[in-house]
Design a protein around this ligand. Structure first.
Ligand SMILES: [Zn+2]
Ligand SMILES: [Zn+2]
Length: 101
């Protein structure tokens, strides 16, 4: 399912492994979000479609947060700050793949 990156906050040291934005895969698309309640950054499935029929995509209701089971999210994209403390989310692996700067 697409690629994901490890991020770690340089201030509160929370870490996560996510795609870092909107990403289309085979039969579904995910968006990186953070939970408004516990601030956990995670990927959720937002769209689904039958194989080879992307024009028939439907919205998927958000699945519960991995950590606290809440269902309220805000988008989080690569380069955004840490939703927990406002610190800098640094990409952990593949430092040579950082595209913004
Ligand atoms: Zn933080
Ligand atoms: Zn949560």
């Amino acid at each position: 399912m697409g690629q994901s990156f490890g991020f770690r906050c340089t201030r509160c040291r929370r870490k996560t492994q996510v795609g870092g934005g909107f990403e289309g895969g085979l039969g579904c698309a995910t968006q990186t979000v953070y939970c408004l309640k516990c601030k956990t950054v995670q990927d959720i499935v937002v769209l689904k479609w039958p194989d080879f029929h992307p024009e028939e995509q439907t919205n998927v209701p958000p699945s519960p947060c991995r950590r606290c089971k809440a269902k309220d999210y805000a988008e989080w994209n690569m380069g955004d700050s840490c939703p927990n403390c406002g610190g800098n989310m640094k990409m952990k692996d593949n430092g040579d793949r950082i595209l913004w700067d």
